[in-house]
Design a protein around this ligand. Structure first.
Ligand SMILES: *[C@@H]1O[C@H](CO)[C@@H](O)[C@H](O)[C@H]1NC(C)=O
Ligand SMILES: *[C@@H]1O[C@H](CO)[C@@H](O)[C@H](O)[C@H]1NC(C)=O
Ligand SMILES: *[C@@H]1O[C@H](CO)[C@@H](O)[C@H](O)[C@H]1NC(C)=O
Ligand SMILES: *[C@@H]1O[C@H](CO)[C@@H](O)[C@H](O)[C@H]1NC(C)=O
Length: 435
């Protein structure tokens, strides 16, 4: 077995690697556990344990059904690392203790600042599990230096956007993440990029509501995703679904606080780029103390489509704007995003049983002049003012939005959709793209 004394670490790891990669050993002992303590981890929360983690990973990677264990009752400080495949089948990372990112990683000077902390790539059939925690150690710093409006318009917004993501999967398939708690990321907590077959279940994500750009779960260019029974609190979108995503199912998600569940396509500096999101279902969602409930936002000037999106059984509590489509999205402040004629086409969006309280505007469907939204349906929407709204309330708004409202619509005006059979829309531009 791979029980190594620290002094013999390197040689030991290599010997261990050599023996465990022989087929005889691999088949005789499936399900082997590689405890990072055996690979020299100090586990004091201060000493950098990255080498021990990587050494354990490299050995486990070659063994079928292997588990890399970060045991309970220990704290592991880890520098930004890449843990990559391809690995043998069913590799697991069992986090029972606490993994700590270097404090203030998000404010390291640019050349040293990583794009992500734990970078998982090229994995198939991998899982992260356990009852432990992953702590990005970033919250205090974030709240201490919020960007001012002038900093944002001067472009510091984007500079701060380059803070590291905590956990990122790239080009990985059949990945599951379960049980763990992820906190205080400098930016996005858990990101899947160019991946597929993703299951996220029973995890907790938690960062303060005033920590900027801290998405909970971020999906881009990723298909076949299931996110279930998960509680997310952060300073940005609880779940952000970006371009290239399809077949995304979310169920039993709590978002508190945050910016809600968001399908977001297009982006700064990517004008006229192709953006596609389709086949998204979010059901049994609870959004509390948030800016938005369920949101579709697109920048002006893109091409592509957002289609077949269903939000059902959404409970909101003290949410500024529970239902929103914003095709005029601009995060540089209105003046810096020029009006453009092109727009991502939005069609087939269903809101079914959205109930609770709002603190600003119950419904805001602002679709582009170039491409109205079509096939939007609302069924049983009941929203009432929160008990202590911070300012005056607005009525519902629908702009260039076509579809139908059925069942209860409260308040009146929530069902402000224009009735029309969606195919007769005045399309200014031809559909000259494929998603
Ligand atoms: C993913 O899992 C499914 C079913 O468990 C399996 O059929 C498929 O081959 C796996 N794909 C990869 C890339 O591992
Ligand atoms: C969810 O995860 C926690 C650990 O974070 C665990 O104790 C609990 O049993 C899990 N629940 C389910 C239903 O898997
Ligand atoms: C809409 O998306 C859901 C979720 O992926 C899928 O089950 C359903 O078949 C899709 N409907 C259409 C009409 O494409
Ligand atoms: C874009 O158009 C809107 C509405 O048509 C208008 O209010 C706004 O001033 C325009 N913005 C710019 C930057 O031209």
């Amino acid at each position: 077995m791979c029980s190594l004394v620290p002094a013999a670490l390197l040689v030991g790891a290599l010997l261990c690697l050599a023996s465990s990669s022989s087929p005889a050993v691999a088949t005789r002992s499936p399900g082997r556990t590689f405890n990072v303590l055996s690979f020299g981890a100090a586990a004091d929360g201060v000493t950098d344990d990255s080498e021990a983690l990587v050494a354990a990973w490299q050995v486990a990677c070659r063994v079928p059904h292997a588990t890399v264990l970060l045991p309970l009752g220990h704290r592991f400080l880890v520098s930004p690392v890449t843990l990559q495949g391809p690995c043998n089948t069913k590799l697991a990372l069992q986090i029972d203790g606490t993994m700590l990112a270097p404090p203030e990683m998000g404010s390291w000077p640019k050349p040293r600042r990583p794009l992500q902390w734990l970078n998982f790539k090229w994995l198939q059939g991998f899982s992260i599990q356990g009852a432990g925690a992953v702590d990005g150690q970033s919250s205090s710093l974030q709240s201490a230096s919020p960007a001012t409006t002038s900093q944002r318009s001067a472009g510091h917004w984007q500079a701060s956007g380059a803070k590291p993501t905590l956990i990122r999967f790239y080009n990985s398939f059949n990945v599951s993440v379960r049980g763990i708690r992820i906190t205080n990321s400098p930016q996005c907590h858990l990101k899947f990029d160019s991946s597929g077959g993703i299951k996220v279940k029973n995890i907790t994500i938690s960062s303060p509501g005033d920590s900027r750009n801290t998405d909970g779960i971020h999906l881009q260019n990723t298909r076949d995703v299931e996110i279930r029974s998960t509680s997310i609190g952060c300073g940005d979108d609880c779940v952000s679904i970006q371009t290239g995503c399809s077949n995304i199912h979310m169920k039993n998600i709590i978002c508190n606080p945050g910016h809600g569940i968001s399908c977001s396509v297009g982006g700064l500096g990517k004008d006229n780029s192709l953006a596609c999101v389709s086949d998204v279902v979010a059901e049994s969602i609870s959004v509390q103390n948030a800016l938005y409930g369920v949101r579709i936002k697109t920048w002006q000037g893109g091409v592509g489509s957002v289609r077949n999106i269903t939000f059902s059984n959404v409970r909101v509590s003290n949410v500024a704007t529970p239902i929103i489509i914003d095709q005029f999205y601009c995060d540089r402040g209105g003046a810096r995003c020029a009006n453009r004629t092109g727009a991502v086409a939005i069609s087939g969006v269903t809101y079914r049983r959205v109930v609770g309280t709002y603190s600003f505007q119950p419904v805001r469907l602002a679709c582009s002049d170039a491409r109205p939204c079509t096939g939007v349906s609302m069924v049983d929407v009941r929203l009432s003012p929160a008990s202590a709204p911070e300012g005056p309330l607005r009525g519902g708004l629908c702009w260039n939005t076509y579809g139908e409202a059925r069942g209860t619509m409260e308040p009146l005006g929530t069902g402000c959709l224009q009735r029309s059979n969606g195919y007769a829309m005045p399309l200014i531009q031809p559909f000259n793209y494929t998603c």
